[in-house]
Design a protein around this ligand. Sequence first.
Ligand code: PAF
Length: 283
Amino acid sequence: MKIVRSNPDLYAVVDGWLRDGKRIALVPTMGNLHAGHHSLVALARERADAVVASVFVNPTQFGPNEDFSRYPRTPEADAEGLAASGCDLLYLPAVEALYPYGAEQGVRVSVPAVTDTLEGAIRPGHFDGVATVVAKLFNLVRPHVAVFGQKDYQQLLVIRRLVRDMGYPIEIVAAPIVREASGLAMSSRNQYLDDGQRVRAGAIRETLEWMAGRLRTSPEAWADIEARAAARLRDAGLVPDYAVVRRAEDLADPQVGRDHELVVLVAARLGSTRLIDNLRVEV
Ligand code: PAF
């Protein structure tokens, strides 16, 4: 696997691949890679001739009181893991490569509507940061296909709208959530949890399963299911930011009898760690 840090070095490799008619896949990441990320690379490998992974802790998607400075950075281990999972090129830029005018002064890309709710409402500016950096990565890498994890469900919808609205000729592939044995969705933030918190975090997956089961038999009771799900999380010692039932397509409230593709989403805090998870449900 080749590692490049500068944009000219990235262009040189990608230009060569494009001249050879290769199909290119991109897996954007913030590093500190785990089995979930490696599954994204494996999916990319199946769908392309050449796989690029980016590792970049993107400052513009973190709020002022969030964990940007303490976000785990493990570039050596990331490079080893990526090489082992079949990545061809690791793009490891410094902030200046992606934000030549500085993180505050650069062009911003903003995706409206779908970002008004849930993570977008709780983390103002977060999705502008995500859309901005992903647009830059698309422009630099010029992939035919890009793979994103379904754990960040709202992010996936934001990326799909970005691609359609900006006319990027890029296929977006959603990779299934990879879970630890306890059911906890894999996340770089799981390492902030102590042993007791890790056990309690299992309540998130249990609550999502409970919500899905109740919805299948009583979809009309979705608002009551939300309230009871939040109570279940609180009983398990978590502080829920939300436990909601939404239409899968655009995160609008479900219309009973009309919407059949739903998603249940939870965000909850355990101490200073914030975890998110979701489950698709057909009713
Ligand atoms: O999902 C992530 O890790 C990040 O939001 C992404 C897509 C790499 C953009 O920084």
